[in-house]
Design a protein around this ligand. Structure first.
Ligand SMILES: [Zn+2]
Ligand SMILES: [Zn+2]
Length: 292
């Protein structure tokens, strides 16, 4: 199982690109984590077609994570490519996995475009399901911090993951991802839904030391939102908070969603054991090591 960064920069990055990464599962299926504003061009530059993608995971709705989705939806709906028919001609819809609270906001941001379908009888009948095979959670945990916040578990076609409510913009649905990287059937203990080994993806998040410490023993790699800009009401992964984490966690962290001033901070970050994500890098999700 691998993860490739198409874009590794933050919301306003011009050098490192907005968030979109591709994961390849053991069965060869390719999924995307987030689909930012620059994703259509990032994928094109990497030689990847929307028709190569089995499914899409969304952490939360901000343009640097979701503004590429309309291109994805319409391309698959209207175009055939790579031997895959368009959805309109009966081809498969790409799968969509996200927390249900996030899903509502995905539709809010896309409805003005996607509700119009080529159907003279009901031209505004488009729904998210018109374009995507929307995957329902297989298990929902009890409410946590926010009224909407319930960690949701998903299992679909070789992908097993938890979308967990995490702290980003106060009150806004936003999730981190716990992606199972163990061989199916390795699960032990009373709760077989708990993957014995995961790769963790922060989405946009403030630093949550307790959650990271709890997950660390079974986590191969933490891909963590990072900002070197300190300000009151921080909504991202403050580097000051990241550098205060225990070394065993820091050495598993790959900093991402950083700003364009990265090089000013690189030496300090690497001296503390952090690795830094750049577009084009590939990581082995099982070992947590970088491959390319
Ligand atoms: Zn972001
Ligand atoms: Zn965000």
């Amino acid at each position: 199982m691998t993860l490739r960064f198409f874009g590794a920069g933050g919301a306003f990055s011009r050098k490192y690109g907005t968030t979109c990464s591709g994961i390849t599962l053991r069965n060869g299926h390719r999924w995307l984590i987030d689909c930012g504003r620059q994703a259509p061009d990032q994928l094109h530059a990497a030689g990847v077609s929307w028709h190569d993608i089995e499914g899409q995971i969304i952490t939360h709705v901000h343009g640097d994570h979701t503004f590429g989705l309309e291109d994805f939806a319409f391309s698959r709906f209207f175009h055939s490519d790579r031997g895959i028919d368009s959805v309109r001609d009966g081809g498969p819809r790409p799968k969509l996995v996200c927390h249900r609270a996030v899903r509502e906001e995905v539709w809010q941001t896309m409805a003005a475009a996607l509700r119009y379908v080529p159907d003279p009888e009901s031209p505004t009948s488009g729904r998210l399901e018109t374009y995507f095979e929307v995957i329902e959670p297989s298990k929902v945990e009890p409410p946590a911090a926010m009224p909407w916040s319930r960690a949701e578990h998903f299992a679909v076609g070789g992908l097993r993951m938890v979308a967990r409510d995490t702290e980003h913009v106060p009150g806004k649905p936003s999730t981190s991802l716990e992606i199972a990287v163990d061989e199916p059937g390795d699960a032990t203990g009373s709760d077989s839904m708990v993957a014995p080994k995961i790769a963790w993806w922060s989405g946009d998040v403030t630093v949550m030391p307790d959650l990271l410490a709890e997950l660390e023993p079974r986590t191969s790699v933490f891909f963590h939102d990072c900002t070197f800009t300190e300000y009151p009401g921080q909504v991202h992964g403050s580097f000051q908070a990241l550098e205060a984490l225990p070394e065993v966690i820091r050495r598993k962290i790959v900093l991402m969603h950083h700003e364009d001033d990265l090089e000013e901070h690189r030496a300090r970050a690497e001296a503390l054991g952090f690795r830094i994500a750049l577009p084009g890098q590939v990581y082995d999700l099982v070992t947590g090591q970088r491959l390319e």
